[in-house]
Design a protein around this ligand. Structure first.
Ligand code: GLC
Length: 427
């Protein structure tokens, strides 16, 4: 008994080590050694361009090739596979394409390797908020490869036809615009708005944006839960009322990013909240999008002016259990380089993490969404930065889903969520 508990104590002491230099998967800072083949594990590549990027690396590094291990499309399912892999101390995944919200959990558990900042020469060129997502207790555990900010896609053609000159800035203006457009014959069978409301990470994003845009918070500046407020309630009610009135179609309770993108591309929605990757797909002129040339992009709508996006994006981290970490860090720097990020935005409209690309005159001319995207990312709110993120997001998803599906009254859902978050976030 005594031995067991002192071992447990020792494990806790190691686990909480700030420098990440304790046991675990050999995650000591600076030990980025070994060269040879590596793998990249990440969610299904809906952009269609990732393999091109990897081919560019592989062509230059025949003895250090990277192989893609494609995981499911939904963020929670990706996280689950990565966690499982880490718990098995498997070396099957070398580089992890991590959602920005997972850093604290993976770093605290020593599933990923601390990266000395001097091993990432371009770090200072990246948008600071994106670099923050890759830090845990002021130490770096990943390199931001793509950022993400929520955007309001809207049918400019139909707004213009209804005599509306500008995109709505508030939720109420958006609903009023929908009423005007509904009078047009072209609007038959269309719904006003959708986001992502299936019970998964995207719902945490959409709920957070509704709350933040209405002036509320989920956790306050000191990291304390404070979601049982009139502001948060107003935000949640925009969504619950949307479902009640039909402004949001019933089917949207099953939407993740791709389902909602397809609904917009098929001409079923006047307004869509989604990430920048949708721009390139919806603009495609190969017949896959019915709305190419007909839509534009604006900041998310808020209560009295533009709303607040949730900060999304992906960081590449090195598994603590990986072989060939020297190759892994070189590969990560290659993918983070300005040249690779530029090549990627040109093909996919995914948000770069290089600050300079948002002001590049050729890009801003070619991609009109870059200005609202930059504004969205710079004003975006991070989701709670906590070690128990998996539990926290599950609690948020449950509360939001129950309210949207009419199972729980919004007020009750927020009060239950507050209690749950208080028990999960104790720092
Ligand atoms: C996007 C974002 C990510 C977010 C996810 C939710 O992939 O980049 O941060 O968690 O969508 O579905």
């Amino acid at each position: 008994m005594a031995v067991a508990s002192s071992l447990a104590l020792l494990a806790t002491a190691c686990g909480s080590g700030d420098d990440g230099s304790s046991s675990g998967g050999g995650s000591s800072a600076g030990a980025l050694e070994g060269r040879g083949p590596i793998t990249l594990a990440g969610g299904k590549d809906t952009s269609g361009n990732l393999q091109n990027q990897l081919n560019a690396w592989n062509a230059q590094h025949p003895n250090e090739k990277v192989e893609l291990k494609e995981l499911p499309e939904d963020a929670d399912a990706q996280r689950q596979q990565m966690v499982q892999n880490a718990q098995n101390k498997s070396d099957a995944f070398s580089v992890l394409n991590m959602d920005v919200v997972w850093t604290s959990e993976f770093a605290a558990n020593q599933w990923i390797t601390q990266i000395p900042e001097d091993k990432v020469p371009d770090l200072g060129k990246l948008i600071p908020a994106t670099v923050d997502t890759a830090k845990y207790r002021d130490k770096l555990y990943g390199v931001p490869i793509t950022s993400d900010g929520g955007l309001l896609y809207y049918r400019k053609d139909l707004l213009t036809k209804a005599g509306i000159a500008e995109a709505p800035k508030t939720w109420d203006e958006m609903l009023a615009d929908c009423q005007k457009v509904a009078a047009l014959p072209e609007a038959k069978g269309m719904s006003c708005y959708a986001g992502q409301f299936e019970k998964y990470e995207g719902l945490t994003v959409n709920f957070s944006e509704a709350v933040n845009s209405a002036g509320g918070v989920i956790v306050d500046k000191d990291g304390k839960p404070n979601v049982n407020t009139p502001e948060a309630l107003a935000g949640l009610q925009e969504l619950t009322n949307g479902f009640k009135t039909g402004a949001i179609p019933k089917a949207a309770i099953t939407y993740k990013e791709e389902e909602s993108r397809r609904a917009f591309q098929e001409g079923k929605l006047l307004f869509l909240r989604n990430w920048p990757y949708v721009y390139a797909k919806a603009e495609a002129t190969d017949g896959s999008s019915k709305v190419a040339g007909k839509f534009a992009v604006a900041p998310l709508p808020g209560k009295t002016g533009p709303g607040v996006s949730s900060l999304g994006g992906h960081d590449y981290a090195i598994s603590a259990f990986a072989k060939n970490k020297a190759t892994a860090i070189d590969f990560i720097n290659f993918m983070a380089s300005e040249a690779r990020q530029k090549a990627n935005i040109e093909k996919t409209s995914q948000a770069p993490t290089w600050a300079s690309l948002y002001d590049d005159p050729t890009l801003t001319k070619q991609f009109p969404y870059l200005a609202p995207l930059k504004a969205s990312i710079l004003a975006a709110q991070p989701r709670p930065k906590v070690v128990k993120y998996g539990d926290v997001t599950a609690a948020i998803q449950q509360a939001a889903y129950d309210a949207l599906s009419g199972k729980t009254q919004p007020q009750q859902a927020l009060s239950d969520l507050q209690t749950k978050l208080q028990s999960l976030i104790t720092q």
